[in-house]
Design a binder for this molecule. Sequence first.
Ligand code: ADP
Ligand code: MG
Length: 290
Amino acid sequence: VNVFFRPIDKINSVIETYPKGIAGFRRYAALLDTEPDIADRPGAFDAPTLRGDISYRDVSFGYSGERPVLKSINLDIAAGQTIAFVGPSGAGKTTLCSLLPRFYEVDSGGIIIDGLDIRDMTLASLRGQIGIVQQDVFLFGGTIRENIAYGRLDAVESEIVEAARRARLDELIASLPEGLDTIIGERGVKLSGGQKQRLAIARMFLKNPTILILDEATSALDTQTEREIQQSLAELAQGRTTLVIAHRLATIRNADRIVVVADTGIVEQGPHDELVARGGAYSRLGAASD
Ligand code: ADP
Ligand code: MG
């Protein structure tokens, strides 16, 4: 797969590199050949600690002028809720989530968090309160400690240990002679897909964002690992506003609300049982769901 194509991958990379500052982001964006044209507007202020009430108001967006990807999206998400986005591949689910940390600027309309337009906030204060976990976890060839601490660079040892425990990485760490100091990657121990996911989750426990975006893996993990990761993600989502690009029925069923994205817009939304009973787009999605 082309890891850099989908915007969510880019978001992750940028958020991951974020501690290095906007200069780092610009270099990275240049590398990816994308327009780093999103910057703090004059007079932008640092967002206060957010509760996480999100409102998309009449949002339209396209990557190029010719073809809109999203048209007039209206969506309200109450703080602490979990929303599952479903719909055919290419419908715009990832794009919709990508607009929240402002990796792309809306063409019209606006996104409001706690009553504040995200364009009025500094990027640092906005992105500092949004966490992302996606299927392709960005790891670098340092120690496990360093890789976890990437979630929040000023974290102290006890916080890193706690984050590892909450992500259920503690058993793995205990089994390694060098523990948290174990080097990972090409020159060290190779992590399994599930362990990489756990590392990403540990980072997010450390970062402790108000808003969480999860891009669920489509396959890859065995059922048991899958179930355990699912459990950790559910714990991570506790008390945060969570947007999940969902592939798994369990995730979808447990969401407070399901939003069906198709054909540049939201075609249906509601809780699972309600949508099934309605017999509309959601019920027809079935196996075709991406
Ligand atoms: P989904 O997540 O629902 O599969 P996406 O949001 O990834 O859909 O994609 C929506 C549409 O936008 C698709 O037609 C896709 O090809 C296009 N698209 C996605 N990312 C980019 C990008 N970085 N540049 C241009 N087009 C893109
Ligand atoms: Mg997607």
